[in-house]
Design a protein around this ligand. Structure first.
Ligand code: NAI
Length: 289
């Protein structure tokens, strides 16, 4: 089965790798030519490293890369059995692409979104046949994180849910069914982890590095909340928090933070921009603005 992935950013490139290493022909599409170039070079480097570390043979590595076609044209999705959308977290933009997808692929194709926080029912509402919409939510980095949430919308046919789950299970992932509610399971549980850490900082109780140290050295977490937000991207993480906050009728438990908003606005997005709560540049020294 041919798999289409829309959006060649952090998540899309990882999902394309997962599908290709499981034997699928993959088409990875992005509107942005530069994003395609970055994804291509990132995937080549990751695969070369896996071969170098002898986790993959050279033949397997080149076969995986050879199975991924990079494109800027959604029309290249024609003939796919599953499309996973991983573009910006914006319902209007997602509506536009889902309507277009329906005109390209045939009736049997499953149309999935990797959204972290938007309603799958709302995404599917623009489709002529919304029974084939589903949430397939990976975690970052997709090739390494075993868990995938499968989120049927109220419109989703149960055979589509079963089929989608079987496909992702065959990719050696651990799937969990979640209801179509804001943040599903993991992102909802994670909101207070970030939110309280930001509030602790804003109340002047401790700085970023101290909070992270306490949570890792004392709390046993693998990453502290600020390191994790820098890993995810402050723009993405902020948008998800805002979306969950709105979706829960402005419940103050999920209130977004100005500290994070300002970091995102300043372009302090985290690792991907070289600076977030911490400095990732070559001459890095700890930052605590
Ligand atoms: P990203 O910003 O790294 O990549 C998004 C890509 O989509 C960009 O390359 C952009 O050029 C492309 N794009 C935007 N509009 C497009 C369109 N109309 N058609 C085709 N391509 C388009 O974003 P990221 O982090 O990969 O997130 C993508 C989705 O995955 C979002 O819905 C996000 O909530 C979700 N997600 C993100 C996670 C993370 O840790 N970053 C984890 C799990 C889900």
């Amino acid at each position: 089965m041919k798999v289409g992935v829309l959006g060649a950013g952090t998540m899309g490139a990882g999902i394309a790798q997962v599908a290709a290493q499981s034997g699928h022909k993959v088409v990875l599409v992005d509107v942005n030519e530069k994003a395609i170039e970055i994804a291509k070079s990132k995937l080549s480097k990751i695969i070369a490293r896996l071969v170098e570390k002898e986790k993959w043979t050279e033949d397997f590595g080149s076969a995986v890369l050879g199975r991924i076609n990079f494109s800027t044209q959604m029309e290249d999705f024609e003939g796919s059995g599953l499309i996973i959308e991983a573009i910006v977290e914006n319902i209007e933009v997602k509506h536009g692409v889902f309507s277009k997808l329906e005109s390209i692929v045939d009736e049997q194709c499953i149309l999935a979104s990797n959204t972290s926080s938007l309603s799958i029912a709302a995404i599917g509402s623009v489709l002529k046949n919304p029974s084939r919409v589903i949430g397939i939510h990976f975690f970052n980095p997709a090739p390494l994180m075993p868990l995938v949430e499968i989120i049927p919308a109220v419109q989703t046919d149960e055979h589509i849910t079963e089929q989608a789950r079987n496909i992702v299970d065959s990719w050696k992932k651990v799937t969990v069914l979640a209801k179509d509610t804001p943040g599903f399971i993991v992102n909802r549980v994670a909101r207070p982890f970030y939110g309280e850490a930001l509030r602790i900082y804003e109340e002047g109780i401790a700085d970023f590095a101290t909070i992270d140290w306490a949570m890792t050295a004392l709390g046993g977490f693998r990453m502290g909340p600020f390191t994790l937000m820098d890993y995810i991207g402050n723009d993405i993480n902020y948008t998800v928090t805002e979306s969950v906050f709105k979706a829960f009728y402005y419940d103050p438990r999920y209130k977004p933070s100005f500290t994070q908003k300002r970091h995102a606005e300043a372009g302090y997005l985290g690792r991907k921009s070289g600076r977030g709560y911490f400095d990732y540049s070559e001459n890095a020294t700890a930052i605590d603005p």
